[in-house]
Ligand binder design. Structure first.
Ligand code: BG6
Ligand code: MG
Length: 220
């Protein structure tokens, strides 16, 4: 039986995936690297320093910077990103997500958060949905970030449920891989081209309902 739903944040609950992209595009530009939305699919779900490594590799500059310099670039990106999220408010919750959270709670299921973002707690508060979450995994305590299963496993462990009793919801290829490796049922939201491995896929958050997800899980 399903006991819990574990959500990614950026790109699933709110459209901060676009703000991460804008911040990285600006920082990459300063390094002489031009990134586009297609490349950005490879950054989704990946942690801060991991994202920078991918950008440098893409620009053929993997060995151009010391660790100290890389940490500084990552800090600059985060400073810019933090400015971009200052205005985040409940209107930024993606369509259908608030009613879905209500529906899941009413159904008696637990709700967890498995975001790679260290800014996630701030955003959840700005969206005024903190009360829905029974557990929030802490990415700063995770040994291996997505696509490793660690963050989803930590959320399940705090919720005191087995991974097989969880449905994970993600917009990123790395996130779907993380859910699958954790042994959970993976729901993907977004472009089928990048989310082929999902057990159940919808195009947009509006199509996510408790009934659809449970039906898909039952069929599996
Ligand atoms: C993920 C995003 O949720 O969090 C990534 O999809 C981001 O794009 C990662 O790099 C880390 O976020 P932060 O806020 O800790 O830099
Ligand atoms: Mg995401």
């Amino acid at each position: 039986m399903i006991q819990a739903f574990i959500f990614d944040l950026d790109g699933v609950i709110t459209d901060t995936a676009d703000l991460h992209f804008r911040a990285w595009k600006k920082c990459a530009g300063k390094l002489g690297i031009d990134i586009d939305l297609t490349f950005n699919e490879r950054l989704k779900g990946v942690d801060r320093i991991g994202s920078l490594e991918r950008i440098l590799e893409f620009g053929g500059k993997s060995n151009h910077y010391s660790l100290e310099e890389k940490l500084k670039i990552a800090e600059d990106k985060n400073d810019y990103y933090k400015k971009l999220i200052l205005d985040v408010n409940p209107k930024d919750i993606l369509p259908g997500i608030h009613s879905l959270l209500v529906e899941i709670k009413r159904g008696g299921y637990k709700i967890g958060l498995a975001s790679a973002s260290k800014n996630a707690p701030t955003i959840i508060k700005s969206l005024e949905i903190d009360e829905f979450f029974d557990a929030k995994a802490d990415p700063s305590t995770i040994a291996n970030s997505k696509p490793a299963p660690d963050i989803f496993l930590q959320a399940a462990s705090i919720l005191e449920v087995e991974p097989t009793e969880c449905i994970g919801i993600e917009d990123a290829s790395a996130g779907i891989e993380s859910i699958k490796k954790a042994g959970m049922f993976a729901v993907g939201v977004g472009d089928p081209e990048y989310l082929k491995e999902a057990d159940y896929l919808v195009n947009s958050t509006e199509e996510l309902t408790l009934e659809n997800m449970l039906k898909a899980w039952n069929l599996k």
